[in-house]
Design a binder for this molecule. Structure first.
Ligand SMILES: [Zn+2]
Ligand SMILES: [Zn+2]
Length: 197
């Protein structure tokens, strides 16, 4: 019997008369709404890349719920679900499938600041293995490999282009500034950006 009484009590609370609003409930609602807005304002959607970037962390995310729970330690499921709902109509690419911008564009503000990087200077001619990074530029394509790690770029040039450091050929890369949508080591897919200095 007790259970039945509680049920009917709840039912009457769930349907308050609109002309007599319950102040406490309204405060709760607007407070939650404010927290949802705060979280939403932390994200930036970049339609050109179908990327949703968390400004606080400076990288793109593909799971709003997981990111808020793990990285923002947010356990308010109503608030988290409302943010998820807010972005449910957005087309958000998987982070490893985001198309980077063309090389040399202005840095993207909401991502982590550009870092020093190394762009492979080799050019590749289809069907040829004697890659070169000097002289002839016609009928070749840039290799395109970029790393933020000086050791990696050397290893890449040795492994992929059979480069050997010699006094006449000390560098097979150009120094650039790079950004990435991901901060996961090995998954960064760096792209070259223009910097003001
Ligand atoms: Zn974040
Ligand atoms: Zn290369």
């Amino acid at each position: 019997m007790e259970f039945v009484f509680r049920l009917s009590d709840n039912a009457s609370n769930d349907t308050p008369n609109p002309s007599t609003p319950i102040t406490l409930q309204e405060d709760d609602a607007s407070d939650a709404e404010r927290r949802v807005q705060e979280l939403v304002s932390q994200f930036v959607y970049l339609p050109d890349h179908k990327a949703l970037v968390c400004q606080e962390h400076g990288y793109a995310i593909d799971g709003v719920k997981g990111h808020l729970q793990r990285e923002h330690k947010n356990s308010e499921s109503d608030v988290v679900n409302a943010v998820v709902q807010h972005y449910s109509s957005y087309e958000i690419a998987r982070v490893d499938e985001i198309e980077p911008p063309e090389a040399g564009k202005t840095a993207i503000k909401c991502l982590r600041a550009p870092v020093r990087g190394f762009s492979c200077a080799y050019r590749i001619q289809q069907g040829r293995t004697d890659h070169s990074h000097d002289a002839e530029r016609h009928e070749t394509e840039p290799c395109g490999y970029i790393s933020a790690d000086r050791k990696n770029i050397g290893k890449h040039c040795r492994d992929s282009h059979r480069w050997r450091s010699t006094p006449a050929d000390r560098k097979c890369w150009t120094e650039v500034y790079v950004q990435a949508f991901s901060v996961v080591r090995g998954h960064q897919k760096w792209f070259v950006v223009k910097t003001t200095d």
